[in-house]
Design a protein around this ligand. Structure first.
Ligand SMILES: NC(=O)c1ccc[n+]([C@@H]2O[C@H](COP(=O)([O-])OP(=O)(O)OC[C@H]3O[C@@H](n4cnc5c(N)ncnc54)[C@H](O)[C@@H]3O)[C@@H](O)[C@H]2O)c1
Length: 259
C-alpha cells in the first residue's frame, strides 16, 4: 500500500509561524497541500510569513494573536476557521518568549520564571484546548508540540532551568492528552529540537561556550533548519503518521545537549 504524505484539504495552524522554525514548518506543510494559518504575536511577522508561503505558491493566511491569552486564542482560532475552515493540524511551535532571557536559576527573580512556563505550558495548553474538541468531533486531528532537548537533559552554563521546565512540563501533558484523544482519531506528539541554524547564526563561535559545545556534539555536521522540522511534521501530520502518538522524537543531528 502506498504511504500517503499529502495534506490536500487539510488546514494547519502553526503558532509563532512568522519566522525561522515556524515558517519552515508552515512552508513545508503548504508545499504538501495544507492551507496554513500563520499565527504570531507580532502581526507583521504573521503577515510576512503568510506572504512568503503564498509567494512559494502555497495557501496561507495570517492570524496574529498571543497564545498565552486564552480569550485571544479562542477568538483567533474561530476567526481563522471562518476564513479557511476547521483546524485539522496544530503545530505548537511558539516557545521562546519575546525578550525572554535565559539565566542561572540562582541569579533569577520570580518574574523571570513565568514567561517560559506561560508560553510553553499555558500557551500550548490554550491552543490544544481550543482546537481539540473539533478534531475529536470530526474524528481526525494532528497536534505536534515543538520542544527542545532542554526538556530532557541539562546543558551546563545554558541557564535553561525555566526553559527546560516549560518544555518538560508540556511534553508530560502531551503524553497524557494523547491517551485521551487517540481513540477519537487524534495524534499528539512532541518534536524535541537540537540547535537550529538560525540561532547559531546570531551567536558567533566563541561567544557562547555552551552553544559551541552543543554544536560540536552534532554528528551530522550541520544544524537544523525549519525545513528539517517541517519534514518531520509532514510525516506526523499526514496519513503516514497515524500509528505514532504520545511520543517525544528528538531531531538534533545526533547531538544531545549536556552530552
Ligand atoms: N532555535 C533553536 O536553536 C531551537 C532549539 C530547540 C528548540 N527550539 C524551539 O523551536 C521553536 C521555534 O524556535 P525559533 O528559534 O524559530 O524561535 P523564534 O523566536 O525565531 O520564532 C518564534 C516566533 O514565536 C513568536 N511568538 C513569541 N511569543 C508568542 C506568543 N505568545 N504567541 C504567539 N507567537 C509568539 C515570535 O514572535 C516569533 O516570531 C521554539 O519552541 C523553540 O523553543 C528552538
Amino acid at each position: 500500500m502506498a504511504v500517503r504524505f499529502g495534506l490536500e484539504g487539510r488546514v494547519a495552524l502553526v503558532t509563532g509561524g512568522g519566522q525561522n522554525t515556524g515558517l519552515g514548518i508552515g512552508s513545508t506543510l503548504a508545499a504538501y497541500g495544507a492551507a496554513v494559518v500563520v499565527n504570531d504575536v507580532m502581526s507583521e511577522r504573521a503577515e510576512a510569513g503568510a506572504a512568503a508561503i503564498r509567494e512559494e505558491g502555497g495557501s496561507a493566511i495570517a492570524m496574529p494573536f498571543d497564545i498565552t491569552d486564552y480569550d485571544a486564542v479562542l477568538s483567533g482560532v474561530r476567526a481563522a476557521e471562518q476564513e479557511v475552515g476547521p483546524i485539522d493540524i496544530l503545530v505548537n511551535n511558539a516557545g521562546l518568549p519575546i525578550g525572554g532571557q535565559m539565566l542561572p536559576f540562582l541569579d533569577s527573580k520570580p518574574a523571570a520564571w513565568r514567561p517560559y512556563i506561560d508560553i510553553n505550558i499555558f500557551g500550548s495548553l490554550n491552543m490544544m484546548h481550543v482546537v481539540l474538541p473539533g478534531m475529536v468531533e470530526r474524528g481526525w486531528g494532528r497536534i505536534v508540540q515543538i520542544s527542545s532537548g532542554s526538556g530532557s537533559v541539562a546543558s551546563r552554563g545554558l541557564g535553561g532551568s525555566m526553559y527546560g521546565a516549560g518544555k518538560a512540563g508540556i511534553e508530560g501533558a502531551v503524553r497524557h492528552i494523547a491517551t485521551e484523544v487517540g481513540p477519537r482519531g487524534v495524534t499528539v506528539n512532541t518534536l524535541a529540537l537540537g540547535l537550529m541554524e538560525k540561532l547559531r547564526e546570531t551567536i558567533a563561535a566563541g561567544d557562547s561556550p555552551v552553544i559551541d559545545a552543543i554544536w560540536q556534539g552534532n554528528v551530522m555536521g550541520h544544524l537544523g533548519t525549519g525545513e528539517d522540522v517541517g519534514a518531520a511534521c509532514l510525516w506526523l501530520c499526514s496519513a503516514a503518521g497515524e500509528f505514532v502518538t504520545g511520543q517525544t522524537i528528538h531531531l538534533n543531528g545526533g547531538s544531545f545537549p549536556g552530552r
